[in-house]
Design a protein around this ligand. Sequence first.
Ligand SMILES: [Fe+2]
Length: 137
Amino acid sequence: MAHFKWNDNYNIGFKLIDDQHKILISIINDLYDAQRHGLLQSTISETLDKLSDYTVYHFSYEKELFAQHAYPKAAEHLEEHDYFVDKVKDLQLELSKGSIVLSLKTMDFLKDWTITHILGSDKEFGEFVKQRELGLE
Ligand SMILES: [Fe+2]
């Protein structure tokens, strides 16, 4: 069962970004499953590594787009990305020490941050580009 369902409301108007967000959500779902089914620590670690690698890749793609569009709110948006990347790195570290299992609270954090970020900052960027293309900005 998916814990984090894609909702068309998450579309920000860039097909490639929307597709990347879908992949991000599916990795978070894999983590939920690994956690819920009490899968091996190694499986959870691998999935967390996948999440870490993919967020770095995805965020650098967004960063390039901000540059292409001379996005004025790029700096604060990128700070949000850094915050998330750091959180995921902390989790990787803790997990590698065997000191934690991913709690439901942690899973909810990953999910809630992602939804809030897509619906807030990412949509704002999508709107900015749209307005510009319409010559309103
Ligand atoms: Fe973003």
